[in-house]
Design a protein around this ligand. Structure first.
Ligand SMILES: Nc1nc2c(ncn2[C@@H]2O[C@H](COP(=O)(O)OP(=O)(O)OP(=O)(O)O)[C@@H](O)[C@H]2O)c(=O)[nH]1
Ligand SMILES: [Mg+2]
Length: 210
């Protein structure tokens, strides 16, 4: 699947200042340092657009990018890079401010079409992952789980992790996780396809009755 348009990054610290237009949004969530920004860079093949770091807490704002896939009549959408949760070594006041920003985005935003829920393939479903899930699930927004950093495990071990996560009761009813690697780009097409299905596919033409 090809991408035909990627805008610049718009960073805001309050979702009410997000770019206008009411485009459907795909939010990328996961604990701090799990690889959200790297995944977005690899997905869109814009390596420098989303700053990444080996130190947790790199992303501190909501980052919006407008994207259009190359397929005919595809609808444009926004991807949203969010700050991570569960980060250590951050002053409590800063932590609270980030929490409020992300919470308000989920509770007051009305344009969400898909949440891409990112976990580390080596340590999926941490306590903070489960907390976030319990909190997003009631919003009713479709969730696509992803296990990233797949290059850090053998393919057998990565598939074992995938099976365990897919069978976990906290993820019951969700699609099978996508195994992803920002390094090898494994899973890129599969994830783009899930996004296509949820937010970019053109609406079916209305059936006309004679
Ligand atoms: N080997 C490998 N390393 C990765 C992968 N994805 C991310 N990393 C590394 O993991 C670290 C964190 O990546 P980021 O993309 O900044 O993580 P983040 O989730 O955006 O972090 P915050 O913005 O702090 O929440 C960086 O050192 C990346 O190079 C991957 O698929 N494979
Ligand atoms: Mg980040």
């Amino acid at each position: 699947m090809k991408i035909c348009e990627v805008s610049e990054l718009t960073k805001v610290s309050d979702h009410r200042q997000k770019p206008a237009g009411g485009l459907t949004e795909v939010a990328f969530v996961g604990r701090s340092n799990v690889g959200k920004s790297s995944l977005l860079g690899a997905l869109l093949m814009r390596w420098k657009l989303f700053p990444t770091s080996s130190t947790p807490g790199k992303t501190r704002t909501l980052g919006f990018v407008r994207v259009k896939l190359a397929s005919a009549a595809s609808r444009a959408f926004h991807v949203v890079d969010l700050p991570g949760y569960g980060f250590a070594n951050v002053p409590v006041a800063v932590k609270e401010q980030w929490g409020r920003m992300v919470e308000a985005y989920f509770q007051e935003g009305t344009d969400l079409g898909l949440v891409v829920f990112i976990m580390d393939v080596r340590h999926p479903l941490t306590a903070s992952d489960r907390e976030l899930l319990a909190w997003i699930r009631p919003t009713g927004v479709p969730i696509q789980p992803v296990l990233t950093k797949a290059d850090k495990l053998s393919s057998t071990a990565a598939v074992e992790s995938l099976k365990a996560v897919h069978a976990d009761p906290d993820l019951a009813g969700f699609p099978a996780p996508v195994l992803f690697s920002a390094k090898t780009r494994q899973g890129r097409n599969e994830l783009l396809h899930a996004i296509w299905e949820h937010v970019a596919r053109p609406p079916l033409p209305a059936i006309r009755h004679p």
